[in-house]
Design a protein. Structure first.
Length: 231
């Protein structure tokens, strides 16, 4: 189950140099794009395809230092680090959250993968389901790097992955068919080896999540409620 460690409410990014952008197309369809190319379908009424994000062109300060901090793991939100990472996040309003999860890797019949990271019922007809979608398939990961992370997490290190996240509402068709579903989905930008290693070792990992207020199919009050539920 996801555990919220800390968060920053209503962070605004307005000068991003990220090659990643959002794109809306049709009813409740939303994509992540890079340089005009669709890299992930993040809409809530279709399957998600997996692509390798090759993020280039973003002007990041101190990338080696940032990578080291994420590998060592964050115990709390660092405003300077969040500001440095914002260059690879599209412009917009965000809730930035540091979350602890125990990922469980699932593979579907078609070969696509996702991680289950939490579920909770908070009302008789309402529940939150949380998923993490890797953009890089596990078959492409380096086994030696995975083993190094397994050694780290088994020694107690809790590394941090980076995600863009959304909260999307799915309402009952007739009030009887299924509960009102709050779908909290994270798209993994950095940390594929860490996440796979944590899942294999059944150890926790933290996620630095940029939850989009503008692009979520939810209102701000529902996003605030989600933060309360995750505490």
């Amino acid at each position: 189950m996801t555990k919220l460690i800390s968060y920053l409410d209503n962070m605004v990014i307005s000068d991003s140099t990220s090659p990643i952008e959002y794109k809306r197309a049709g009813y409740r369809q939303r994509y992540l794009t890079m340089n005009g190319e669709e890299i992930a379908n993040t809409g809530i009424d279709c399957e998600t395809c997996l692509f390798l994000v090759q993020a280039s062109g973003a002007k990041m300060k101190n990338p080696i230092s940032i990578s080291s901090k994420l590998n060592d793991g964050l115990a709390e939100l660092c405003h300077d680090l969040v500001a440095d990472l914002s260059c690879i996040i599209p412009d917009g309003q965000y809730v930035v959250a540091l979350l602890r999860v125990y990922p469980s890797l699932k593979r579907q019949v078609d070969g696509s993968e996702y991680y289950r990271v939490g579920q909770r019922q908070f009302d008789i007809w309402k529940k939150v389901e949380e998923y993490l979608v890797p953009i890089q398939p596990s078959e492409s990961l380096d086994p030696s790097v995975i083993q190094e992370y397994i050694k780290l997490v088994e020694k107690g290190t809790i590394p941090t992955a980076l995600c863009i996240s959304f909260l999307d509402m799915k309402y009952p068709l007739d009030g009887l068919s299924f509960d009102e579903l709050w779908l909290h989905t994270h798209y993994l930008l950095d940390g594929h080896h860490k996440m796979f290693a944590a899942a294999k070792a059944k150890k926790p990992i933290t996620m630095l999540s940029f939850l989009s207020i503008d692009e979520s199919f939810a209102n701000k009050e529902q996003i605030e409620k989600l933060m309360q539920l995750l505490m």
